[in-house]
Design a protein around this ligand. Structure first.
Ligand SMILES: [Zn+2]
Length: 417
């Protein structure tokens, strides 16, 4: 009998429409963190939750909780979370799909008069996108007492107002952040679940509607790598006498590409990117050998050990190739964020709920990483999305969303923990 219960897709469609109407500015979506657009999205989902009959609560920093009460109210609850903000000129689904999925599932349970054993809350999380305040996971990390109070001085990228001022202007309270006070106690959270659109091309290429996320890749980034050689005349200096920073940098990056290939062949999870590479426009020229480059080497993996091994090889290669080219390749320090692996039990259960099971790593960060790193069992579902994300052309089919939402509902109805 319970197998007949389906997520409320009509509600989902009307929420996606409403969100698009309320927050589209020109071609794209603007749901600015702690601004008008994000607030409009919060107002919309809040009134939908009230109409469904969920309990509604807002914490001191503006995260919205919409709760279907369980039979045992004091038992740790399940959170279904995602963010409602977007990047400037973003798409309608990044973030919002997870909140809409949660509501479509709780609406179905409510209508079927099923009270779960414990509370289940949809958490509409504030300010996940660091485009507005350059602080990762503001809403979730703030709720869990993990933010450095210094972040309150961070200016918003468009209007320069600090986070502290912005919170106060929106009627919220910066004090818990100042005191690193938890608004959410990890021991009261049974599990954290998040549905999100996939932000890369994998599911489109695989022809699959949805996937289970194995984890969120960590990052080890050489942010300030430099190669220093000597500027010289391009015609006058032969190969053996050069200290060519560009030639050495290219050789180094090419070597790292082969390291990546070897890791991939060995089955390791790794992506490797040199997203910045430049010579100094004040000093370079068409008839000069370049004496200096600046570049970034960004390593990401689900495995700390893989990132560590590749970083070690990068340092060794920098010394070796630097010697060959008579330059100094100085990779500098790394900035590190550890990987967040999703709970193995939840992954297995979610895989069993997909008609065509497929598991993949997330290259982009999500609030789920914040919960997982605190040891809260966390699970994520990706839904196929055309044209990438963080742009106005995000396109998610409601049928694909339904596949993800159905898995979420089935998981809740027979929760493994
Ligand atoms: Zn997102």
């Amino acid at each position: 009998m319970t197998a007949a219960i389906q997520p409320d897709l009509e509600l989902a469609a009307s929420l996606f429409d409403g969100l698009s109407r309320a927050t589209r500015r020109g071609r794209g979506i603007v749901r600015d963190s702690y601004g008008e657009g994000e607030q409009a999205a919060h107002d919309l989902v809040r009134s939908a939750a009230t109409a469904i009959g969920l309990e509604v609560e807002v914490d001191a920093i503006g995260n919205l909780f919409m709760t279907l009460p369980g039979r045992e109210r004091r038992a740790p609850r399940i959170l279904i979370g995602s963010h409602l903000d977007s990047v400037p000129q973003g798409g309608n689904y990044d973030g919002a799909a997870g909140v809409v999925a949660g509501l479509s599932v709780l609406a179905a349970l409510r209508r079927a008069q099923i009270a779960p054993a414990w509370d289940t809350s949809v958490m509409a999380i504030r300010a996940e996108e660091s485009a507005w305040f350059d602080v990762p996971y503001l809403g979730s990390a703030g709720a869990l007492g993990l933010l450095d109070p210094a972040c309150l001085a961070t200016p918003r990228s468009d209007n320069g107002r600090t986070l502290e001022t912005t919170l106060q202007q929106q009627g919220f309270d910066p004090q818990p952040i100042r005191e690193r006070r938890r608004l959410l106690e990890p021991s009261t959270i049974r599990a954290y679940l998040e549905l999100h659109i996939e932000q890369g091309p994998t599911l489109v290429a695989e022809g699959l509607p949805a996937a289970v996320v194995s984890g969120i890749r960590g990052c080890k980034r050489f942010r300030n790598a430099r190669c220093v050689g000597e500027y010289a005349h391009s015609g006058a200096v032969g190969r053996r006498h050069r200290h060519d920073a560009v030639a050495a940098t290219v050789a180094f990056l090419h070597h790292m590409e082969t390291v990546w290939l070897r890791q991939e062949e060995a089955g390791a999870d790794l992506v490797l990117t040199a997203g910045e590479l430049s010579t100094d426009p004040a000093l370079h020229g068409p008839s000069k050998i370049a004496g200096e480059t600046h570049f970034v080497l960004d390593l990401r993996s689900l495995s700390d050990a893989t990132m560590e091994a590749v970083a070690t090889e990068a340092r060794a290669a920098a010394a070796r190739i630097g010697a060959v080219y008579r330059v100094n390749i100085d990779l500098g320090a790394t900035s590190d964020s550890p990987p967040a692996v999703m709970d193995s039990g939840l992954r297995a259960r979610l895989m069993s709920l997909l008609e065509r099971p497929f598991e993949m790593a997330s290259g982009a960060g999500h609030d789920a990483a914040v919960f997982a790193k605190l040891g809260i069992p966390s699970g994520m579902i990706f839904v196929r999305n055309e044209n990438g994300s963080h742009n106005a052309d995000e396109a998610m089919a409601l049928e694909d969303f339904a596949v993800g939402a159905r898995a979420l509902l089935a998981l809740l109805m027979d929760f493994p923990l």
